[in-house]
Design a protein around this ligand. Structure first.
Ligand SMILES: [Zn+2]
Ligand SMILES: [Zn+2]
Length: 556
C-alpha cells in the first residue's frame, strides 16, 4: 500500500449491533481495535456465538501488529480467542479488561502463549507509526478507556463505549481534560459510540439506582435475589454496600458472577467487607430476611442461574412466597420472550418480581445520551467525524448531531457500515473501497465448531419444513434391501394426510434402489444422494415443502 494514506476499516459493529472490531492501517502497519462477538439473532438457529470474519486481516496477515481492547464487554473482547488463534500478536488493555479477556483465552487454551500487556489510563504505547494513549472513560464496566491515536496524518480519537457519569460510584471521573486537550491540539478524526443516540438529555449516573434498591431492601421481608450483568462492577459494589447497611449476607451465584467478582476483588476494584460473603452451600444457615443473592441471567439465558431458579432447578437456592426478585438490567431486544417467560415462572412461585423501567430506576444505561455525545463532539471538535457502534439509523442520527460543528472546523461526517472504508491522506478524507467482511457462526464456543453456511441452511429447513429419514436395511450377503424402506419424519406433515404420502414415498425409495446398478448399490454415498434427489423431487411435487432428507443405510 502506498505511503501517506490512512485507512479506517470497520470489520464489525457499524450498521449492526455487537461484534465491534475496527482495523486502522497506515502504510504497512495495521492495528486492530476491539475484537467483539454478538449473540446470534433468531434466524441463526442454534448457533451460540457470532464473530466478525477476519478475511481482511488474513489477506494482510504480515501487516497486523497488535490488538487494542477498549474494555471488557463481550461485544468488544468476545472474539479475542478466535483472532489470537490465527494471529500471534500482542494485546493491549487495562488490567481488568485483560483479566476478562484472559479468562476467555483460558477456555480456549490460548492463555499460555498470549502476549497480554497492561496499559494504565494516561499511558502511551508506540506501535509502528501509531502512538496510542489510553484515556479513562466512565461506562457500565470499570476500567474502560477511549483511545487517542497519533498518526503521521493527525490524531484519531476512538471513544470505545462510554457515558459521561458526573458521579461514578468509584469517583473515578471521565478524563474530559485529556479529551479537551486533544481537541485543542487538533483532532483529525473522531470515532464515537452511537448506541444511545436516540435518547435525549443525559444518561443517569450509576448512583441513580441506589434509591430504588434502598426502597426494595426496606420493604423486602424474605430473600432478596438480584440479577445483573456480572461485569457491572459498579452495580455489584452498590449491592455489596447495601447488603452491609441492611445487614444481609451476600451470596454470589453462577460461574461468571463468581469469577468476575473474584477478579474485580483481587484487582481492588470491588471492595467486599469481611465476613459478609456467604458460600452457596451455606445458604440454608441464614434466615431468609438476612440474605441477598446476586446472580447472572438477566436475559433469560436457559442455563443461567436465574433461569434455573425460576423453574426451581437450582441446587442451592429456591424462591418462594414472600421473596423478592430484582432484574437490575435492561431487556435486550430479541430476548423479551425468554425474559417474560422466566418472570412468569418466578411470579408463579410467589415472588415479587421487580423489572423494567421505573422512576427512580432499577437499572441505568452505560451509554451516552444525545447531550453527552454533543459534549464529546464539542470538546474534540474533529475535522472528520465517523459514528461507530450502532445500527445505521443510530449512526446517521449521531452524524446529524455534529452538524453544528461545521462552523468550527468540521469538514465532513461519514456514515459507514461494516466493510466500507474511510481513506484519509494529505488531501483529505473520502470513502474508500470495500473490503471482505462477514459473520462467522460458532457452535458451543469452540473454534472447531465453526458452522458452515450449509449447516445453518439445514437448520432453517428443519425449523420450517421438518425432516424425513428414509431408513434402508441392506442384507450384507445379498446386497439387496430387506422389505420396504422405513420412513421417519418430524415436523413435516401431520396425521392422516401424511400416512398415504409416506407410503408412496417409501415406494419411491424402493424403486430408486431397484433401478440402481449393482455397482451403485455398493457405494453408499452414491445411493444416499440418489435417494435424496428422488425423494425430494417426489415430496416437493406432492406438497411443495422441502424437508431435510437424511437417508440412513443399515447393513444387516
Ligand atoms: Zn459495546
Ligand atoms: Zn461496553
Amino acid at each position: 500500500m502506498k505511503d501517506g494514506r490512512l485507512l479506517v476499516v470497520p470489520l464489525g459493529g457499524l450498521g449492526e449491533f455487537g461484534m465491534n472490531c475496527l482495523a486502522l492501517r497506515y502504510g504497512d502497519d495495521i492495528i486492530v481495535i476491539d475484537a467483539g462477538m454478538m449473540f446470534p439473532e433468531e434466524e441463526l438457529l442454534g448457533v451460540d456465538v457470532v464473530i466478525p470474519d477476519f478475511a481482511y486481516l488474513q489477506e494482510n496477515r504480515e501487516h497486523v501488529r497488535a490488538l487494542i481492547l477498549t474494555h471488557g464487554h463481550e461485544d468488544h473482547i468476545g472474539a479475542t480467542p478466535f483472532l489470537l488463534s490465527e494471529f500471534d500478536i500482542p494485546v493491549y488493555g487495562t488490567e481488568f479488561t485483560l483479566a476478562l479477556a484472559g479468562r476467555r483465552l483460558e477456555e480456549h487454551e490460548l492463555k499460555e502463549r498470549a502476549k497480554l500487556n497492561v496499559l494504565q489510563p494516561g499511558q502511551t504505547i508506540e506501535i509502528g507509526p501509531f502512538k496510542i494513549q489510553f484515556i479513562h472513560v466512565t461506562h457500565s464496566i470499570v476500567s474502560a478507556v477511549a483511545l487517542a491515536i497519533t498518526t503521521p496524518l493527525g490524531m484519531i480519537i476512538h471513544t470505545g463505549d462510554f457515558k459521561v457519569d458526573p458521579t461514578p460510584t468509584d469517583n473515578d471521573l471521565f478524563d474530559l481534560h485529556t479529551l479537551a486537550d486533544c481537541g485543542k491540539r487538533g483532532v483529525l478524526l473522531l470515532l464515537s459510540d452511537s448506541t444511545n443516540v436516540d435518547r435525549a438529555g443525559y444518561t443517569e449516573s450509576e448512583r441513580a439506582v441506589r434509591p430504588r434498591l434502598e426502597d426494595i431492601l426496606n420493604r423486602a421481608t424474605g430473600r432478596l435475589v438480584v440479577a445483573c450483568f456480572s461485569s457491572s462492577v459498579h452495580r455489584l459494589q452498590q449491592l455489596v454496600d447495601l447488603g452491609q447497611e441492611f445487614e444481609r449476607k451476600i451470596c454470589f451465584l453462577g460461574r461468571s458472577m463468581m469469577t468476575v467478582t473474584e477478579i474485580a476483588h483481587s484487582l481492588g476494584l470491588l471492595h467486599i467487607p469481611d465476613r459478609i460473603l456467604l458460600r452457596s452451600q451455606d445458604l440454608g444457615s441464614v434466615p431468609r430476611n438476612k440474605l441477598m443473592v446476586v446472580l447472572s441471567g438477566t436475559q433469560g439465558e436457559p442455563m443461567s442461574a436465574l433461569a434455573r431458579v425460576a423453574v426451581d432447578n437450582h441446587k442451592s437456592i429456591s424462591v418462594e412466597h414472600g421473596d423478592t426478585v430484582v432484574l437490575s438490567s435492561r431487556i435486550i431486544p430479541g430476548n423479551e420472550k425468554a425474559i417474560y417467560r422466566m418472570i412468569n415462572h418466578l411470579s408463579r412461585r410467589g415472588a415479587d418480581v421487580i423489572y423494567g423501567s421505573m422512576n427512580p430506576p432499577v437499572h441505568v444505561s452505560g451509554h451516552a445520551s444525545a447531550e453527552e455525545l454533543k459534549l464529546v463532539l464539542n470538546l474534540v471538535r474533529p475535522k472528520y467525524f465517523m459514528p461507530i457502534h450502532g445500527e445505521y439509523r443510530q449512526l446517521a442520527k449521531h452524524a446529524s448531531l455534529a452538524e453544528h460543528l461545521r462552523s468550527v472546523g468540521l469538514e465532513d461526517t461519514f456514515v459507514l457500515e461494516t466493510g466500507e472504508t474511510l481513506e484519509v491522506d494529505a488531501r483529505g478524507a473520502r470513502k474508500g473501497g470495500r473490503v471482505n467482511v462477514g459473520r462467522v457462526c460458532i457452535d458451543s464456543g469452540t473454534l472447531d465448531e465453526v458452522v458452515e453456511d450449509l449447516v445453518i441452511r439445514d437448520r432453517r429447513h428443519l425449523s420450517e419444513d421438518g425432516f424425513v429419514l428414509p431408513i434402508i436395511a441392506i442384507n450384507k450377503h445379498t446386497g439387496k434391501s430387506e422389505g420396504l424402506p422405513e420412513l421417519v419424519s418430524r415436523g413435516f406433515m401431520s396425521g392422516e394426510e401424511s400416512a398415504g404420502l409416506l407410503l408412496e414415498a417409501r415406494q419411491v425409495v424402493s424403486r430408486t434402489l431397484e433401478s440402481s446398478t449393482a455397482e451403485e448399490r455398493t457405494d453408499w454415498g452414491v445411493m444416499k444422494e440418489k435417494i435424496r434427489t428422488d425423494l425430494r423431487r417426489f415430496l416437493s411435487k406432492q406438497n411443495s415443502r422441502r424437508p431435510l432428507i437424511i437417508p440412513v443405510i443399515l447393513e444387516i
